[in-house]
Design a protein around this ligand. Structure first.
Ligand SMILES: [Fe+2]
Length: 618
């Protein structure tokens, strides 16, 4: 995500700080000068040495063979991916431990079992796989031949130990049938940003078919001046490794840190996940050959760094790499589609690997995009250049074919950055008057954006209605997708955007700029900012920039309903709920779109019982 410059009170010259100091338009610089930097500097020892990193990362490994938990993912009607990390015991007592990223450890035979029941009286399939250092001792089993819409239980065994018990289910995908479909939408889980209580809340639910994570599952930042998150968590929730992740060992350790988190372990153990990366799984505001947070030379070659980041992602996530069917892929094909009977399909986009470089405008952005003024002919021409792309043309065609397909009520879209055209009023961002857009979003790739909107508009609801499901911007939105940006717009679809699990949102940015202001005043200023943004974009029906959490989507042939679960509004007593491990997001508001309306409206919620349940043997 590219955060806006922290809004500030006008300076005596009436020059907003965001302009007088151009680099304040990057998120990292926003953190500099904040109280955080002083706090980190004052506890430099906590950042620690390499030895400290390895010791800490080894802790879950010392907890046993399966200290990093279990997970399942990419459910289809007849298949599911099972995942774990199997740490081989030391070959000699007190010998070296095969910690993540170490490359150490002998191969380990791992037995897996999938059963209809938690007691494993009715085992459906079992097998053996080898965990080796080549894949950081992670294992993935793609189990096929399963029954649709059925609950399963799974576990692993190795070296005399048994893993935690995992629960999963196949997709509600049966030809010509329609089942209930309910899932959670999450994004942006910065480990140093707070406790993963949103994941705990998901893990405690029994009504989800899967969890959809649309990116920023991990962040690349270190514990030094680039640390990202509240100072209160220094020493309590530090990154591993302590420095920015730039190579395979670093990315493996960062993934291992997440997989050691008890709340995240719970959410993985209880539900299958569908995931796709955004930028921070590699580096901030990445494009096809670079990133805002990548320094060529000092941090090596970007494409080699990215290759290693993807390798760690594929090792540590329950992700099924789709078939690399045709010869014209640019790089690796990650985008994929899921189907849910005649109810819906879900296209999961991947928008980083091949995207053209973002449009930058000095002094607002240097590299990697961000909030830039619109209206200058040279800038607008770049933004609309048809040779610039967000997804590569092959993926765009694949996506357009899905959107035009008849026979299902809904085309759900797992998406990273906001698709809907949004203009940010300068005053709301502490910038000079005028309109701004975030050139890292689809707004920065207007030829692709316009072509897709026209494509949606050209197909009536008989082809199904599109629902974009998005993350990245660390705030909660519900909106229509306007065909033309006027008050009397026609809508081509809708978009629901989930808040971050923990990453800084508008509230934290306002707080950083309003040094020492009490929480209620910061909340009020944040609400002023989001109200101004919504007012400037009449198709935005809901926008919250304060809470963190997740969205639960419930889909029927009649409507798609979205329940937003948010952390409590900050108070003087608890100005940052992310730092309290006892505070969970709770139900906040509901929005929905009715079939054939392509509009978002307020709804009663939260949703109640599912209309049906997956098959389960108890
Ligand atoms: Fe993010």
């Amino acid at each position: 995500m590219t955060n806006p410059p922290a809004p500030t009170a006008p300076s005596p010259t009436n020059e907003p700080a965001g302009v007088t100091t151009p680099t304040t338009t990057t998120r990292r610089t926003v953190l500099k000068g904040a109280a955080l930097a002083a706090a980190v500097a004052g506890s430099a020892g906590l950042a620690g040495s390499r030895a400290f990193d390895l010791e800490a990362a080894a802790a879950p490994a010392h907890h046993g063979v399966f200290g990093y938990g279990v997970a399942s993912g990419d459910p289809t009607g007849d298949a599911i991916v099972l995942w774990t990390r199997a740490t081989p015991p030391p070959e000699t007592p007190g010998g070296p431990v095969a910690t993540p990223g170490s490359g150490l450890g002998r191969p380990l035979r791992v037995r897996w079992e999938l059963a209809y029941d938690r007691s494993f009286r009715h085992v459906v399939q079992r097998g053996t796989v080898s965990a080796t250092a080549a894949t950081d001792h992670t294992v993935k089993v793609d189990v096929h031949g399963l029954r649709p819409y059925t609950r399963y239980w799974y576990r692993f065994r190795a070296a005399g130990e048994t893993s935690a018990l995992g629960r999963t289910q196949t997709a509600p995908d049966e030809p010509r049938r329609e089942h209930a479909l309910r899932f959670a939408l999450v994004s942006c889980s910065n480990y140093t940003g707070g406790y993963f209580t949103a994941y705990r809340a998901l893990g405690e639910r029994d009504d989800l078919d899967f969890v959809l994570h649309v990116g920023d599952y991990v962040y690349e930042y270190g514990n030094g001046p680039d640390r990202y998150g509240p100072a209160d968590l220094v020493g309590k929730r530090d990154g591993i490794p302590a420095t920015e992740t730039v190579d395979l060992e670093g990315y493996r350790l960062r993934h291992a840190l997440h997989k050691a988190d008890p709340d995240l372990q719970l959410a993985h153990r209880r539900h299958p996940w569908i995931t796709i990366f955004d930028d921070h799984e590699v580096a901030n505001n990445a494009w096809r050959s670079g990133a805002e947070n990548h320094t060529p030379g000092a941090e090596g070659d970007f494409l080699e760094r990215r290759r290693q980041a993807y390798e760690a992602y594929l090792e540590w996530m329950p992700f099924r790499l789709p078939a690399q069917r045709t010869g014209d892929h640019q790089g690796t094909r990650f985008f994929k589609r899921f189907t849910f009977g005649r109810l819906a399909d879900l296209s999961v986009l991947e928008t980083r690997q091949n995207r053209s470089a973002q449009v930058d405008v000095a002094p607002y952005t240097k590299t990697g995009g961000g909030f830039i003024p619109v209206g200058a002919p040279a800038v607008d021409a770049q933004l609309a250049d048809p040779d610039r792309h967000l997804p590569e043309p092959e993926q765009l065609r694949w996506f357009e074919r899905a959107l035009a397909r008849r026979g299902r009520s809904w085309h759900l879209v797992g998406n990273q950055v906001i698709f809907t055209p949004i203009r940010f009023p300068g005053a709301a961002l502490g910038l000079p008057a005028g309109d701004y857009l975030n050139s890292d979003q689809w707004d920065g790739y207007q030829a692709d954006q316009a072509a897709l909107i026209a494509h949606l508009d050209a197909h009536d609801s008989g082809h199904g209605d599109a629902v974009f499901l998005t993350g990245d911007i660390h705030s909660s939105w519900a909106m229509d997708v306007p065909v033309e940006r006027t008050a009397g717009y026609r809508s081509a679809g809708v978009e629901f955007v989930c808040p971050s699990v923990t990453s800084d949102g508008f509230y934290e940015l306002v707080s950083a700029s309003a040094k020492g202001a009490p929480a209620p005043a910061v909340v009020q200023r944040t609400r002023g900012l989001t109200t101004a943004v919504a007012s400037a974009n009449p198709w935005v029906q809901y926008l919250d920039g304060v809470g963190h959490g997740f969205v639960v989507l419930d889909v029927t042939s009649r409507r798609v309903h979205a329940d937003y679960y948010l952390t409590p509004v900050p108070t003087a007593a608890l100005p940052d709920p992310r730092v309290d491990p006892a505070v969970l997001p709770s139900y906040a508001t509901s929005w929905r779109t009715l079939r054939r309306t392509r509009r978002v409206v307020a709804a009663e919620g939260p949703v109640g019982r599912r209309s049906d349940e997956p098959r389960e043997r108890r």
